[in-house]
Design a protein around this ligand. Structure first.
Ligand code: SF4
Length: 116
């Protein structure tokens, strides 16, 4: 259950510089049973203007959204990794091009080697 539904809603829309933001965040983090889904929904809908959601302030949610997204191993194109490897690029160079991590590229390369 959403813990904020049982508290003062004003607490979740604190004045700038007030202490209520901290209280709302602690309710989210320590009591709420749907925090993860709440935060995911806030990020999915780019709700970064007002109030505490999922234990984060609007500024903290904006920072999360602004972080460059990194593709996980399941979403990285095996074909592109193979092509770029054959072209002589390093794992880090491939990672930059495919918006993933060097570690993910290494895992995909290992997969490709095992499958060969
Ligand atoms: S995590 Fe979301 S649903 Fe839960 S108390 Fe905080 S704002 Fe409410």
């Amino acid at each position: 259950m959403a813990a904020c539904a049982e508290t003062d809603p004003e607490m979740f829309f604190p004045e700038k510089g007030g202490s209520n933001g901290r209280l709302a965040k602690s309710v989210c983090r320590e009591v709420c049973q749907v925090r993860e889904a709440c935060l995911q929904d806030a990020l999915d809908t780019a709700d970064v203007e007002w109030g505490v959601r999922g234990g984060l302030s609007p500024r903290e949610r904006r920072a999360l959204l602004d972080r460059p997204r990194r593709l996980g191993v399941q979403k990285v194109s095996r074909v592109r990794v193979a092509e770029l490897t054959l072209a002589g690029l390093s794992a880090v160079e491939i990672a930059v091009q495919l918006r993933t991590t060097g570690r993910t590229v290494a895992r995909v390369r290992a997969e490709l080697r095992d499958a060969a």
